[in-house]
Design a protein around this ligand. Sequence first.
Ligand code: IMP
Length: 437
Amino acid sequence: MKTGNGKGSIWVVTDPAYGDNGKGRIVDFLTAKEEVAAVVRWQGGANAGHEIVVGDVSIDVHCLPSGFVRAKDRQILNVMGRGMVVSLPVLFAEIDKLRQLGIPITPKNLLISNGLHLTLPYHLALEQARESGSEKKGTTKRAISQTYGFGRMYMGIRMGNLKKIDEVRKLIQEPLAYANAILEKVYAADTVSEEVVMTEIEEYREAVIPFLGDEVVALNHLVREKNETVLCEGAQSGLLGIDLGIYPYSTASNTWPGSIQQGCGLDPRLISRNILVIKSYLTRVGPSPMPTEMNSATAELIRERGHEYGVTTKRPRRIGWPDSMIGHYCAMVGPGTELAINKSDVLTGIPDLYLGTGYRKNGTTIDSIPTIISELEGAKPILKKFPGWKQDITGVTSWDDLPEQLQNFLREIAKPYGCPISYVGTGAERSQIIDLV
Ligand code: IMP
C-alpha cells in the first residue's frame, strides 16, 4: 500500500479540439502509474463518451470517471466533481453496466459531490423540444445546457439536496413551473408533472446517498496532505467549451484545465502535467464551421478505418485535416506540458497528407480562432502537403520504428502546441502506444 511520494500534484488530461481524440485511453494508461490515487471528472456529464479497449472488451464510460476500468487491479478513488451534471437513471445504468463486467463500484471507490447538479425530466423535455425545432444545436440530447442553465438561474437541484426529500419537493416547484411554462408557450410541447419528477428522485435517492461527499476536502486532502497525485479527466474539449469554444455550437461547461478550480475545488497552480490529447487528423460531431473539413473519399476511408462514429450518439463524425490554428489557440488558453497523439495508424497508405496552417476569408488571413461564429463561417484553410507512408505501424511501441514521414508529420502537428510529444497511439488496444516519457 502506497503512502505518498513526497510531492502531491495534479495531472490533467484535456483535448484542445472537438473531443473524441482518445482521452479515455490516455487516462487509462496513466492510472496504471502508482502515484495516481484518484481520477476526477470536473465538468460535463453523460454527453461524454470515453472508450477504452482492454483485450477483447471495449468499455464505454459516459459520466463515470475512466479510473474504474482499473478497479479490478488497484484501488483508485473516482470522483465526480460539482462542475458535472448528471441524471440519476443514466448514472445508475452505467454503474450497473460496469458492475456486470465485474468492476466493483462502492462508496470506497466512488465519491459524488454534494454540489453536482441533477438533470431531471423537465430538463430533458426542454432539450427534446429545442432539439426538435429549427433552433437545434445538434447536442447529444442529454440536457446538458438545460441543467447548467437552470443551475445558473439558482433553480438547480444538487445531489446533497437529496438527503432531505421535503426540501427537494419544495426546491423543484419553481424550476418545474418555469420549465412547464416554456414547454407550453414556446414549444407547444407536453408538460412534465411533479409526480414524474419525484418518482424518479425517490427511485434512486437511497442508492445514491452513500456515495455523496465533499470532493473539495477529499481531493485537497489527497494532494496537500497525503502528497498523492490526482488525475483530472477532461471531457469534451477546448473548442467545445462554453466561454472559450465555438459558441453556440459548444457544450455548456468550461473545459480548459483552469476550470478544475470551479469544477472540483483544486488549485490549477498545482497542475504539474497537462497532457493534451489529439489525433493525427481532426473530427467533429455536430454542426459549426470546421475549416479543415474534408469532403472526399479520403474522409470516408478515415471514418471507416478510424470507427469515427459517436460513442454517445452513434452519429458519423465529420473528418478534417489537423489544424495548427487550434494548436496556436491552445498554446494561449490552456498550454500543455506534453502531447498525446492518437490514431496515426488510421492514416497509413494515404499518399498525400495535409496540415492546416491558417485560415483565409474574403482575401484576408484570420490570425486567431474568432470569438463570433459568423467571422469563422466561410473561412478556408491554408493547407501544407506532406508525404504519407505505407508501412503498417499498428502496435509499434518505439518512436524509432515509425516511418520517417510519420515522425515528420507528427512533429509538424505538434509544433504550434509548443510542447513535446509524450505518447503516440498506434492502435486501439491498451498496449498499442509509444511511451516517450
Ligand atoms: P451537449 O454537450 O450535449 O449539449 O452538445 C453540445 C455540442 O457538443 C454538440 O455539438 C455535441 O455534439 C458536442 N459534444 C458534447 N459532448 C461531446 C463529446 O464528448 N465528444 C464530442 N462532441 C461532444
